[in-house]
Write a protein that binds this ligand. Structure first.
Ligand code: PEP
Ligand code: MG
Length: 582
C-alpha cells in the first residue's frame, strides 16, 4: 500500500491498531439549562487540565514550539466568544451540551475544511482534537489509552491528533501510519521532530490490518507492507541498516571543515526563526547562521517589541553562537507574514506589494529601532545585517541611511557597537539579480533568496499548489540568474551566500559549488549530509557540471541530468561517484 511519506526513516514492527470509538451525538433536549451549563464547564475545565498536562510533557520531551500547539488548544477553550456561542445554543434551543458543542464546532471545522491553503485546512484537525476531548469528558468515555502499547509498535490509526502524538512513548513506537492527514498537519510536524517514520493518507488501511500483524513502514517513499514475505523483509532490514550506517557516517562529519577534495573551502550555515532554534544549529555543527528571520520576533503579538526586547533576543543568539557569524535579516513582514500593529492594507497581489524593506522604509522608526537593537547586540558576537527584498539601488541607499542614523544616535548616547558591522542584501528579486554588479559595490555580501527569486523569475506565487510544477529550483532561468549574481559578486570582491531552500538541495549543492558559491545556509538537519557531499567532490569537476546545466532547456532536463550524475540510490548519496571526478 502507498501513502504520503511525511517523516523519513524505516520502521519494522508489530501493528498497534487504534480504532477510536466514534462518538455518536444525537440531538437531545434538556430542561435544566443551568445544570447543563455546569456540566459543560466541568468538562471544559477537565479538558483544560488534561491539555495542560500534555503541554508540560511535550515541553519537557519535545520542545517549546511543539508544546505551543497545546497552549493554542487551551486558548480555544478559554475563548469567550466560542464558549458563549455554545452556551447560547444550550439556552436558546434547550439542547444538551454535547449537541451544542458539536454543532458550533462543526461551523469552525467546515470553515477550515474549505480553505485552499493546506496548512490552514489542517487546522480543522486541531478543532476536532479539542472538541473530541471535551465530548469524551462530557460522556465520561476514555480517550485513546496508549499505556497498553508494547515495544516495537507501529501505530495504525484513522487519524492521529496532536495530543495523541504527544502522548506516545518514543521508545516503543517505531513508526506511524494513518488513513488521513497531510504533510503540514501538526501530527506530521511533530513526528518529524520526534524522528518517527510516518506515512499518512492510506485510505482503508484499517480494513486490512490487525493488531500484531508484521508491518514495514517506509517514511520516505510512503510504502507500507502488511505481513511482508521473507524477501521484502530482508530488503527492508538491509535498507534500514544502510540508513543507520549513513547516519553514523554523517555523525563523523562533525567538526570537519567543509572543504572539497581539491581544497576549496565553503561555509555551511543554518537558517533560524527564533533564539530557541540555535540548539539544533549547534547540534548539527553548522558554522554560523546564514539567515535569522527576525520578523518572527514581531509576529504573533499585538504590539511592537521594544528595542530592549529585541536586543535581548539578538544577544542571546550571538552569545550562544560563541563568535560564529550570525546574519540577522531585518524584518521581512507583509504578504504571508502579518503583524497586526503595522498598517499593511489588504492588496490584490500582496507578494508583489507592500512588504519587507518597503514597509521598513515607510515605518522608519520601527526600522531604526530594530537596527539600534542589532547594533547594540553587535558587541556580543559576530553579527551581520541583511536587508530583504531589495529591488533597487535607491532602496539599498535609503536603508543604509537609516542604519547610519542609528549608528550616529548610539554614538551620541555613548553606546558601544561594532562600527565595521558587515552589511549585505538578499538577492531575491530579478531586478536586484540583474543589477547585482552595481549593488555589489554598496555592500559587503549577498545572500541569494531562491524561495522568492523563483516566484518572481517564473511569475508563480510560491503558495499556489496548482502551479507548483512551474515553481522549480532546477529551472535554467533561475540557475543562469544565480550564476550571474555569483560572478558579479566575485568581480566586485564580495562574498556570496544562499539562504533559500535550494541551498540545502543535495542535487544542486554540487552545481552551486561549481558556480563558486561561498556560503550555503540551510535547515540544520541537512548540514552534515551537505558537508559529506562537499568533502567528496572536486570543485574543478563541478565547474563543468554547472556550465552544462546552464545550457539545458527545462527544469526536468536539469533535474534528470543531476540525478543521473549523482546516482540517486534511493537511500543515499553515499554510493554517488561523480562521473567527472576520480
Ligand atoms: C527566500 O526568499 O529565499 C528567503 C530565504 O526568504 P523567505 O523564505 O523568508 O521569504
Ligand atoms: Mg524571501
Amino acid at each position: 500500500m502507498k501513502g504520503l511519506g511525511v517523516s523519513q526513516g524505516i520502521g519494522i514492527g508489530k501493528a498497534f491498531v487504534i480504532k477510536k470509538r466514534e462518538l455518536n451525538v444525537e440531538i437531545t433536549h434538556i430542561n435544566d439549562v443551568d445544570a447543563e451549563i455546569k456540566r459543560l464547564n466541568t468538562a471544559i475545565n477537565l479538558s483544560k487540565d488534561q491539555i495542560n498536562n500534555i503541554y508540560l510533557k511535550t515541553l519537557k520531551e519535545i520542545g517549546e514550539k511543539e508544546a505551543q500547539i497545546f497552549k493554542s488548544h487551551e486558548m480555544m477553550l478559554e475563548d469567550e466568544a466560542f464558549i458563549n456561542e455554545i452556551k447560547e445554543k444550550i439556552k436558546s434551543e434547550k439542547v444538551s451540551a454535547e449537541y451544542a458543542i458539536k454543532e458550533i464546532a462543526n461551523i469552525y471545522i467546515n470553515m477550515f475544511d474549505n480553505i485552499k491553503d493546506d496548512y490552514l485546512r489542517e487546522r480543522a484537525d486541531d478543532v476536532k482534537d479539542i472538541i473530541g476531548r471535551v465530548l469524551h469528558n462530557l460522556l465520561g468515555v476514555q480517550t485513546t489509552d496508549f499505556s497498553k502499547m508494547k515495544e516495537n509498535s507501529i501505530i495504525v490509526a484513522k487519524d492521529l491528533t496532536p495530543s495523541d502524538t504527544a502522548q506516545l512513548d518514543r521508545n516503543k513506537v517505531l513508526a506511524m501510519i494513518t488513513e488521513m492527514g497531510g504533510k503540514t498537519s501538526h501530527a506530521a510536524i511533530m513526528a518529524r521532530i520526534m524522528g518517527i517514520p510516518t506515512v499518512v493518507g492510506i485510505e482503508g488501511i484499517l480494513d486490512f490490518v490487525h493488531n500484531n500483524d508484521n508491518i514495514i513502514c517506509d517514511g520516505k517513499t510512503g510504502k507500507v507492507i502488511i505481513n511482508p514475505n521473507k524477501k521484502q523483509l530482508k530488503y527492508y532490514i538491509q535498507k534500514k541498516l544502510n540508513e543507520e550506517k549513513i547516519n553514523n557516517e554523517l555523525k563523523k562529519q562533525t567538526g570537519l571543515p567543509s572543504i572539497t577534495k581539491d581544497n576549496y573551502k565553503v561555509e555551511l550555515f543554518s537558517n533560524i526563526s527564533t533564539p530557541k532554534d540555535v540548539a539544533t544549529v549547534l547540534e548539527n555543527d553548522a558554522e554560523g547562521i546564514g539567515l535569522f528571520r527576525s520578523e518572527f520576533i514581531f509576529m504573533n503579538r499585538d504590539c511592537q517589541p521594544t528595542e530592549d526586547e529585541q536586543f535581548e533576543q539578538y544577544k542571546e543568539v550571538l552569545e550562544k553562537m560563541n563568535n560564529k557569524p550570525v546574519i540577522i535579516r531585518t524584518m521581512d513582514i507583509g504578504a504571508d507574514k502579518e503583524v497586526p500593529y503595522i498598517d499593511i492594507p489588504k492588496e490584490i497581489n500582496p507578494f508583489l506589494g507592500y512588504r519587507a524593506i518597503r514597509v521598513c522604509l515607510v515605518n522608519v522608526d520601527v526600522f531604526r529601532t530594530q537596527l539600534r537593537a542589532i547594533l547594540r547586540a553587535s558587541v556580543f558576537g559576530n553579527v551581520k545585517i541583511m536587508f530583504p527584498m531589495i529591488s533597487t539601488m535607491k532602496e539599498l541607499k535609503d536603508a543604509k541611511i537609516v542604519l547610519e542614523e542609528a549608528k550616529q544616535e548610539l554614538k551620541k548616547e555613548g553606546i558601544l557597537f561594532d562600527d565595521n558591522i558587515e552589511v549585505g542584501i538578499m538577492i531575491e528579486i530579478p531586478s536586484a539579480a540583474i543589477t547585482s554588479d552595481q549593488l555589489a559595490k554598496e555592500v559587503d555580501f549577498f545572500s541569494i533568496g531562491t524561495n522568492d527569486l523563483i516566484q518572481y523569475t517564473m511569475a508563480v506565487d510560491r503558495m499556489n499548489s496548482k502551479l507548483s510544477h512551474l515553481y522549480s529550483q532546477y529551472h535554467p532561468a533561475l540557475l543562469r540568474l544565480i550564476n550571474n549574481v555569483i560572478t558579479n559578486a566575485h568581480n566586485a570582491g564580495i562574498w556570496v551566500g544562499m539562504c533559500g531552500e535550494a541551498a540545502g538541495d543535495f542535487k544542486l549543492i554540487p552545481v552551486f559549488l561549481g558556480m563558486g558559491l561561498d556560503e550555503f545556509s540551510m535547515n540544520a538537519p541537512s548540514i552534515l549530509r551537505a558537508r559529506y557531499i562537499i568533502r567528496n567532490l572536486k570543485k574543478k569537476d563541478m565547474e563543468n557540471i554547472a556550465e552544462e546545466t546552464l545550457n539545458l532547456e527545462t527544469a526536468l532536463d536539469v533535474e534528470n541530468y543531476l540525478s543521473n550524475l549523482f546516482a540517486e540510490e534511493e537511500d543515499s548519496h553515499f554510493n554517488r561517484r561523480s562521473k567527472g571526478s576520480n
